[in-house]
Design a protein around this ligand. Structure first.
Ligand code: APR
Length: 251
């Protein structure tokens, strides 16, 4: 008998956007091989040298504005639509679907994903450390940029979560992990907590766990099923199998 999955949680990382031309962090040529993350991705680094940090995120923002979603982003958006429609048809109530991304790019939403949480923030937003306002931002910012809300210069920072800061939406993610019966991790190396611990939490709730990645991640042994290959190939294939009711379980 096939498992009757109802509630899906999907975690994505930089690997899903690699084929869109956005660099990953820990691969050969990854961002953390070129930059010291303590300089550009910590509150202390920002306090030490805000210009360096703004330059780093300005370059990433420009790169993102030139990038396009790939087949993996589109496949997840289509899976969400089909899954929710199926839920309405079969049970009369929505199935649950939550896409949690560690990525700060907006490629999931551009592909059409709606039930989406950016646990590490969003590159196309800035936050004011003086008044707390969060605004869209598609241009470069620097230490003299003025907050559009409080009109003071010098307080804007990227709306991204740095090392040592608390990721966003943890309560909602926790609840979804406890309730899900299928957890899929895509394109993440499993190096950074709390996201790296999601598979264990999903397993505690008895979810089936699947890894889709270019190569086995740090946490590979924690997953019950795994498929290796580029996200643009393995994600559409896995999504179509899931929708067709073909659950390929290994291990
Ligand atoms: N398809 C699928 N997976 C890929 C592809 C691809 N085309 N290219 C690379 N990968 C895989 C790599 O094998 C690696 O396991 O994606 C993973 C990327 O890992 P990381 O670079 O560590 O990125 P991520 O896991 O998202 O990092 C987590 O670390 O620095 C922080 O805040 C940053 O959100 C980020 C977090």
């Amino acid at each position: 008998m096939q498992p009757d999955y109802r509630r899906i949680v999907i975690l994505t990382g930089a690997g899903i956007s690699a084929e869109s031309g956005l660099g990953t962090f820990r691969d050969k040529d990854g961002l953390w091989t070129k930059y010291d993350l303590r300089d550009v991705a910590t509150p202390e680094g920002f306090a030490r040298n805000p210009t360096l940090v703004h330059d780093f995120y300005n370059a990433r923002r420009r790169n993102l504005l030139d990038a396009e979603p790939n087949a993996a982003h589109f496949a997840l958006a289509e899976l969400e639509q089909a899954w929710m429609a199926r839920g309405r048809k079969i049970t009369g109530a929505d199935h649950d679907f939550l896409l949690v991304t560690q990525n700060v790019d907006d490629l999931h939403e551009r592909a059409g994903s709606e039930r989406l949480l950016h646990m590490h923030g969003e590159l196309l937003k800035i936050r004011c450390e003086n008044c707390g306002s969060i605004r869209e931002c598609r241009t470069d910012i620097d230490i003299a940029s003025v907050c559009p809300a409080c009109e003071l210069p010098g307080y804007l920072r990227p709306h991204v979560v740095w090392f040592g800061e608390m990721p966003f939406y943890m309560d909602r993610i926790q609840q979804a992990l406890e309730a899900c019966d299928l957890f899929i991790s895509i394109g993440t190396s499993g190096n950074v907590y709390p996201a790296a611990g999601f598979v264990a939490e999903a397993r505690r709730g008895k979810a089936h766990t699947v890894e889709l990645n270019l190569e086995p991640s740090e946490g590979r042994s924690l997953f019950r099923e795994a498929h290796e290959g580029p996200a643009s190939e393995v994600v559409p294939l896995y999504a179509s199998r899931l929708l067709a009711g073909e659950y390929t379980q290994m291990w």
